[in-house]
Design a protein around this ligand. Sequence first.
Ligand SMILES: [Zn+2]
Ligand SMILES: [Zn+2]
Length: 71
Amino acid sequence: MKYKKCPRCQLNYIREDWNICSVCQDELDGKKSIFDDDEIWLCPYCNKHELDVDEVMCSYCQAKRNKHLEE
Ligand SMILES: [Zn+2]
Ligand SMILES: [Zn+2]
């Protein structure tokens, strides 16, 4: 199997019978790149508040949980 560089990004190697790499294909399809971090995540516990990227639950639920643990 021969490989060539993706003609669009000139970064990724693709099979010779492919037109562009999957990253470019995703981009053309309108999918967001994994490097975009402007997607909004809602807290899965209350489904109300936004989460930061590294948060598992919102600060409200976190506070509630901490309080609960203290009692
Ligand atoms: Zn590409
Ligand atoms: Zn929450």
